[in-house]
Design a protein around this ligand. Structure first.
Ligand code: ADP
Ligand code: MG
Length: 280
């Protein structure tokens, strides 16, 4: 019996070691992890302020908030490559989508946007463009009602819907108001005008848009003409290749920046790993 137990432990240790070598594994969530967070420095006075709870963020795998987190390197690589492909061209509006639901679009968008905001020169706006079900504010623990729908339907000014969650140089548009007329609104002239305002008001700002999946809704296709660049999140071993190809056909080729390869091999509550493959 003792022998069997020892053998089982050896197998478990080996598996853990392999996991660590092949991908990145998020260490179990502890209170201690949260203690390391530096205090957030207030910078936005115009946006509405909600202070997020770091523990809530980490619990929801928003690991980019922690400069010491091992996963942050993946997002830094991603950030460097995106900067490399966009900066000289003056591109600062980036849409994140994927072929299918539940491939990690929203999580990638949040972690990537926060990582960008930690870069010296840039401020960041993250916009929840899933108008049927807004999830960024929920994942970040921001009890907010106003969403992009308010700007598109009721002409609410941008500064009234932009929220500053207490993270330096990072702002977000996401709230509980949703609509079923999502693709009409996202492809509307009003949306185009808003995009121009968002893009030009602060040229040094990077803006990330979290869209629904391309193969389920026409939202992403309607929205694509208004952004500079598009990133596709795919799940390794899960997204079927024909679906990836179909999704690629739906977006303008010249705007496609690359894939974020969200690894599902170790996709468990405590596992997390990313790869990134640029177009070239
Ligand atoms: N790399 C990852 N590691 C662990 N969990 C992940 C990873 N990517 C996504 N998830 C989880 O998978 C689920 C779907 O992710 P989400 O970002 O909401 O997908 P989408 O926006 O594409 O529908 C969420 O519960 C999220 O926490
Ligand atoms: Mg999503």
């Amino acid at each position: 019996m003792e022998k069997l137990k020892k053998a089982m432990e050896r197998i478990k240790d080996k598996e853990e070691k392999e996991k660590k070598e092949e991908g990145l594994v998020i260490e179990p969530l502890t209170e201690k992890r949260v203690e390391y967070y530096p205090p957030f420095t207030p910078v936005y006075t115009q946006s509405r302020k909600f202070t997020v709870d770091p523990y809530h963020l980490i619990k929801n795998k928003i690991v980019s908030i922690d400069s010491n987190s091992p996963e942050i390197e993946y997002f830094k690589v991603l950030r460097t490559r995106i900067l490399h492909h966009t900066k000289d061209k003056g591109w600062n509006t980036i849409m994140i989508t994927s072929p299918l639901p539940k491939e990690g679009k929203t999580l990638t968008a949040i972690n990537l946007a926060i990582t960008f905001s930690k870069e010296f020169n840039h401020t960041v706006l993250l916009v929840d463009c899933d108008l049927r079900q807004q999830s960024i504010h929920k994942l970040m623990g921001i009890p907010n009602e106003k969403s992009l729908v308010d700007a598109l339907v009721d002409d609410v000014p941008l500064q009234e819907i932009i929220v500053w969650p207490g993270i330096e140089k990072f702002t977000v548009i996401s709230g509980s108001r949703t609509t079923q007329d999502a693709s009409e609104l996202l492809g509307s002239v009003k949306m185009q005008a808003l995009l121009t305002e968002i893009k030009t008001r602060y040229p040094e700002r990077y803006v990330f848009f979290d869209l629904p999946p391309l193969l389920n809704f026409s939202d992403g296709i309607a929205f694509a003409p208004f952004v500079d660049a598009i990133i596709l999140v795919v799940m390794a071993g899960r997204t079927p290749l024909p679906d990836v190809q179909r999704a690629l056909e739906l977006i303008p080729r010249e705007k496609f920046l690359g894939f974020v390869f969200n690894k599902s091999k170790f996709l468990e509550e405590t596992s997390y790993s990313y790869g990134y493959y640029a177009r070239e």
